[in-house]
Design a protein around this ligand. Structure first.
Ligand SMILES: NC(=O)c1ccc[n+]([C@@H]2O[C@H](COP(=O)([O-])OP(=O)(O)OC[C@H]3O[C@@H](n4cnc5c(N)ncnc54)[C@H](OP(=O)(O)O)[C@@H]3O)[C@@H](O)[C@H]2O)c1
Length: 340
């Protein structure tokens, strides 16, 4: 049957039974239009448009940025780039020498135009005195930006039943408790000033449940949901809360040293995040309005995963990947033990 005959047959059927066909046709057109529009948003936000200017959150006006886990990796870069953008920076982590180095780097890059402070804390201790001390310090500062960056994963992929209790407790203390407590300490000031930006460092492990990293994966999923709930509570106060959905980045935690198209340096990754504030980029297709998948290749992966669907298959793939990583990690440990 040629195209003209097909068209005539289709129109005949529409005329004979217009209501169901019209409904199906409208649904099809609406779905296609919605998909096309969201795809356009993903590409425009990821590759062309610029996000909210950091001046909205007090850059160059004496406001502070607080960065947890600021001594290394992604947190170190957030601290440096927020300093360069004109925020005073409060650096939070355990290693005072490394935090001092970050403070010196910020002073050098900004020609001492911004101030820095250091607060030493080990989040695994859940120490109320240290938290109260930090809260008192936070209340003295005009905080424009909070980056809840500190994070811990499992030493290597391991089945949950075999994971050390202490490791699970530390992951929850760092990834969940620290975020809740510091956000709670900072938020009243932001509400009062009617401005603020809170960034919570998430992971694709929170998007795709990750067998053999169950506790880490669960804490990152918590951050995504916590962010969405909080974002809506404080939107009317001029406060932006975003969950940064992150694939791999070169760092000590990822144990990856070389950059590639899929794995940026912390500097490139943070630059992408800070230039896309208020957007969703790769997460625009997924209906997660307060999640931002900022780095271009991470955005494309997020987009593609949602076009493909098949979440179960991603979980199965992640499981087999983690089995393989564990096998290789154990072999490496064996080799090292033999050398000693
Ligand atoms: N790198 C990736 O591929 C990747 C992917 C997805 C998500 N993420 C997320 O990105 C965030 C940063 O990761 P990263 O790769 O930059 O990690 P990283 O290079 O290992 O840095 C971790 C930072 O957290 C601090 N820290 C660790 N344990 C701490 C504790 N008990 N108390 C206080 N501070 C502590 C460390 O400083 P001290 O040792 O000085 O305390 C360091 O500054 C994490 O939330 C991670 O889950 C990373």
């Amino acid at each position: 049957m040629d195209a003209a005959a097909l068209r005539i047959r289709f129109l005949d059927q529409v005329n004979n039974c217009p209501w169901p066909y019209a409904l199906l046709l409208s649904l099809g057109v609406l779905t296609f239009a919605r998909f096309t529009f969201k795809t356009l948003v993903v590409f425009l936000q990821t590759f062309i448009l610029s996000g909210t200017n950091l001046k909205k959150f007090g850059a160059k006006k004496g406001a502070w940025a607080v960065v947890t886990g600021a001594s290394d990796g992604i947190g170190r870069e957030f601290a440096i780039q927020l300093g360069s953008a004109g925020f005073n920076v409060l650096l939070v982590a355990r290693n005072s020498k490394m935090l001092n180095d970050v403070a010196v780097e910020i002073a050098t890059r900004t020609k001492s135009a911004v101030e820095t402070k250091i607060y030493l804390i080990d989040f695994t201790q859940n120490d109320d005195l240290k938290y109260n001390d930090l809260k008192a310090l936070l209340q003295t500062l005009d905080i424009g930006v909070l980056v809840n960056n500190v994070g811990k994963s499992h030493t290597m992929p391991t089945y949950f039943a075999e994971t050390m209790e202490q490791e699970n407790a530390d992951i929850v203390a760092i990834n969940v408790n620290a975020t809740i407590r510091i956000t709670h300490a900072v938020l009243p000031g932001m509400v009062q000033r009617k401005r603020g930006l809170i960034l919570n460092l998430g992971s694709f492990a929170g998007l795709v449940p990750s067998p053999m990293l169950a506790t880490y994966s669960g804490t990152k999923a918590f951050l995504a949901t916590f962010t969405s709930a909080l974002a809506d509570e404080v939107r009317s106060h001029g406060i932006v809360v975003q969950h940064l959905n992150t694939y791999f980045v070169v760092s000590k935690m990822s144990n990856i040293r070389r950059t590639s198209a899929l794995i940026p340096s912390p500097a490139s990754y943070v630059r992408a995040c800070l230039s896309k504030i208020g957007f969703s980029c790769g997460a625009a297709l997924t209906g997660r309005p307060d999640t931002l998948t900022a780095f271009w290749s991470h955005a494309l992966v997020d987009y593609a995963m949602h076009v493909v669907g098949l979440k179960t298959q991603f979980i199965v793939y992640t499981h087999s990947l983690h089995k393989d990583i564990r096998r290789r990690a154990l072999r490496k440990l064996e080799r090292e033990a033999k050398k000693e």
